[in-house]
Every structure is written in structure tokens, then in C-alpha cells.
Design a protein around this ligand. Structure first.
Ligand SMILES: [Zn+2]
Ligand SMILES: [Zn+2]
Length: 334
């Protein structure tokens, strides 16, 4: 596929998409229906539909019954831990295998022209970004995700919280499900800003930012404290009337969904002319420049607070001006 129809390459081989990133158009006035429909398509396809499908598969076939989860026991908790680990291994592993190990499309559409494996670095365990990222994902990421899931299923089984059914409140549950990705992004924006406070960044969030050139395994490579905060968005299900299917969908958006920003490619080629959009560019720019795009543009919070970078030269100039101001402020203080 000719990537140059969709963007440009610099001499280091870094790909930049031609179209600047768009924030959600629902804040525009007057509303633009075409733009809204286009946004809606990207909001659902491909990721959130996949996460909904996985949540349904889990809910109907791979989650123990409330009679079982009513009592905490090693057996069913170990089962959930294993099924989450297998899911992450399959989805992250397949993306990594195709794009980074087999390098099936070379560096076409790759934001960073190089591959992390070609540049071993001391910041990682065993000098390998992949090995370091995999250890952090499975030693603390998936277990902490599972702990949140066990907590939710156990509270549901015991009737703690305002749980409801599709028979009782179908319209509310569908609306809630529709807005769950929005809620996830809002929550992520808030905790993400928090862990960029210098002292928290130094001890906690810098672990995630070690991957300047992220690959799928970087997605859940975080400090355990960040893992704990990251899935705390699931507490919404104990505040608003919810259903376990929505609870599992939310965990998918957060857990498996972490991969979305870390694919490192703008498109995944399918066959000779097809391609799946990844929606990875906004978060890639966060890994590259640190203080932009704390979220992905669904909530428009970055735009509101002046940290939105859409990949254009203008946005870059704005970012540089903001950094220059910040440096001047620090210098004036000292
Ligand atoms: Zn990241
Ligand atoms: Zn960050």
C-alpha cells in the first residue's frame, strides 16, 4: 500500500499522517451532521465494537455465575486471572508478532521510523523494551485488572451497589454503554494529568514513558500504582445503575483498550489495498512530546486546556511556545 498517499516520511523514516487529528465534533456549533456521523463511525469502529464483542463473550461464556462469585475463592479468581492473561497475550501478542517481529508491513505507516528491538536500552530490564514491558504487564497489570474485576463481580453477586437489569432499564443501560468510552477517557485524562505532577511522574509514571517508541507490549507497562489508578474508572458501576455486561465492557475498554495508543502504526495493512485505522497517533504524540494529548480527543479536554497536538506544524509551534513560557517561568523563579 502506498503510505505516501496518506502522509509523509522524514529522512529518519518517521511517518506523519496528512490529515491533522480531529477532536470530537459535538462541541461545534452549529452541529455538522456529516462530521458527527464520521466521528461516530470512528468511535465505534474498530475498537469499541471489538471490546463489546469480547465483553459479551466473557459475560455469556467465561464468567462464573453470581452464585460462585458471591464468595471469594481461589478457583474462580484464578480462572479470571488466566482468561484475562490469555486475552492480553493473544491480542497484544498478535499485533506485536505481525508488526514488530515479522515486520509484515516494514515501517510503512510507522510513526517512529525505527523498531525498539533494534536499539537496546539500559532503562529497561534486561535492556529489552519488550521483555521489560511483558514482565510489567503480566506481573502487575493483568493481576491488578483482575483484582478490580473480582471486586466488581463480588459486589454484584452480593447486591451491593445500584445494579439493574436490561428488562428494567433498557434505555438507560444502552445510553450508559454508549458513553462508557467517553467516561473512560475523561477518567484517564484526570489521572493522567495527576501522574504528570513532577514527583508522581518521577516515581510512578516515568515507568510507562520509558517506551518513547511504544509497541503493543508497552500498553500496560506501568508502575503498579498507575495500574491501580488506571482501572479505578470501573468504580462508576458502583455509583450509577449498571449491569455486569457493561462492567466487563468498561474493563475491556480500559484493559485491552490500552493497546490502541501503542500500536505505533497509523494503519494496519490488510491484503494489498486494505487497511484498518489504528487511532494510535494522538497517544503516540504524547509518548513523543510528554506534555501534549493527555487524552485522545473524544472528550476535547486537551483542546480546552491548551495541550492538544493534532500533528500539524501550527500545533507544534503552539507546543514550543508553551514550553518556552514554562522554561521562562522556571528560570524567573530560580
Ligand atoms: Zn502510553
Ligand atoms: Zn503520560
Amino acid at each position: 500500500m502506498d503510505e505516501l498517499k496518506f502522509g509523509s516520511k522524514n529522512k529518519r523514516g518517521d511517518f506523519t499522517p496528512k490529515e491533522p487529528l480531529q477532536i470530537a465534533p459535538y462541541f461545534e456549533f452549529p452541529p455538522n451532521p456529516i462530521k458527527l456521523l464520521k466521528f461516530l463511525k470512528g468511535y465505534l469502529w474498530p475498537w469499541n465494537l471489538l471490546f463489546m464483542a469480547v465483553a459479551a463473550l466473557f459475560y455469556f461464556y467465561l464468567t462464573p455465575s453470581p452464585q460462585t462469585t458471591k464468595t471469594l475463592a481461589v478457583g474462580w479468581i484464578a480462572f479470571i486471572l488466566a482468561r484475562n492473561a490469555v486475552l492480553v497475550f493473544i491480542i497484544y501478542g498478535l499485533l506485536e508478532l505481525r508488526l514488530y517481529i515479522k515486520r509484515a508491513q516494514g515501517n510503512r505507516f510507522k510513526f517512529h521510523g525505527q523498531f525498539p528491538a533494534d536499539r537496546p536500552s539500559d532503562v529497561f530490564m534486561f535492556k529489552s523494551q519488550n521483555v521489560d514491558n511483558i514482565i510489567r504487564s503480566f506481573v502487575s497489570g493483568v493481576p491488578i485488572w483482575t483484582a478490580w474485576e473480582v471486586f466488581g463481580l463480588h459486589t454484584y453477586a452480593n447486591g451491593w451497589g445500584p445494579w439493574t437489569t436490561f428488562a428494567e432499564h433498557p434505555f438507560w443501560l444502552l445510553t450508559f454503554a454508549f458513553f462508557l468510552p467517553f467516561w473512560h477517557e475523561f477518567h484517564f485524562y484526570c489521572i493522567h494529568r495527576l501522574i504528570h505532577v513532577p514527583v508522581l511522574y518521577k516515581y510512578i509514571h516515568s515507568v510507562h514513558h520509558n517506551s518513547i517508541n511504544p509497541s503493543p507490549w508497552s500498553s500496560l507497562s506501568m508502575h503498579p500504582v498507575e495500574h491501580l489508578l488506571y482501572w479505578s474508572d470501573s468504580l462508576i458501576h458502583l455509583v450509577l445503575p449498571s449491569h455486569p455486561l457493561l462492567f466487563l465492557y468498561g474493563l475491556q475498554i480500559t484493559g485491552t483498550g490500552a493497546v490502541v495508543g501503542h500500536i505505533g502504526f497509523d494503519k494496519i495493512e490488510v491484503g494489498s489495498e486494505g487497511a484498518i485505522p489504528t487511532h494510535a497517533y494522538a497517544h503516540y504524540l504524547h509518548h513523543k512530546y510528554f506534555e501534549v494529548n493527555y487524552a485522545d480527543g473524544t472528550t476535547a479536554l486537551d483542546k480546552l486546556f491548551g495541550t492538544w497536538h493534532d500533528g500539524s506544524k501550527e500545533a507544534h509551534a503552539q507546543m514550543d511556545a508553551r514550553y518556552a513560557k514554562k522554561i521562562a517561568r522556571v528560570n524567573n523563579k530560580s
